[in-house]
Design a protein around this ligand. Sequence first.
Ligand code: ADP
Ligand code: ZN
Length: 212
Amino acid sequence: MLHRRQQGGWIEVVTGVMFSGKSEELMRRVRRSLIAGRQVQVFKSHLDDRYRGRFQVSSHAGSGLEATPVSSSVEIAERIRGGVHVVAIDEAQFLDLGIVLVVNDLADRGVRVILSGTDMDFRGEPFGPIPHLLAIAEQVDKLHAICVRCGELATRNQRLIDGVPAPAEGPTIHVGGSESYEARCRRCHEVPPVLRDQTSLLDEATESQPGS
Ligand code: ADP
Ligand code: ZN
């Protein structure tokens, strides 16, 4: 996929739906950098609930790699070691917009930066800093998963709560929730209209009754 000959700093983004192999691809690139004898640092957002060990970038296929969990872009900037050649950042959608400045600065200083993150939230809208990172990156790879409904290429993150498609009104980042995610294509992706609570629906029904 990657035909990289350039030696200077630059930014690569691996994006796409969940389960599309972004973490696997990030790990593949990191392993090859290590084989090439480069100094590598790997970070990931601490918000990712998938990590088994605290310091693992883990893929849905089960392979892992040591990573430092971080909660902000400043934390990444503070932890960069002198002489590093490659900086990889997994689950970048959870990071603040400051990451754009941090990775631009690293690339200007000659570092190869590899980021991965999902580009859309569960509603199908752009997610966090990813759109900005796509714009400034030298290279973008958009990966697809398989739609669990129809077997076509999946591009959307389907949020399910108790197995049912979640309405658009929920928070974009749902930490420690009971929800789950599926990869789905555009046609099978479902975001039900905003659910209002039962009391306000009842109020409306009463108000609209003639003579009330
Ligand atoms: P991402 O980082 O994009 O969420 P991962 O690299 O963690 O993806 O996991 C990719 C792996 O997930 C695939 O190699 C495959 O084994 C597995 N997988 C599970 N569900 C699906 C799916 N619906 N489509 C494609 N791969 C899937
Ligand atoms: Zn589908």
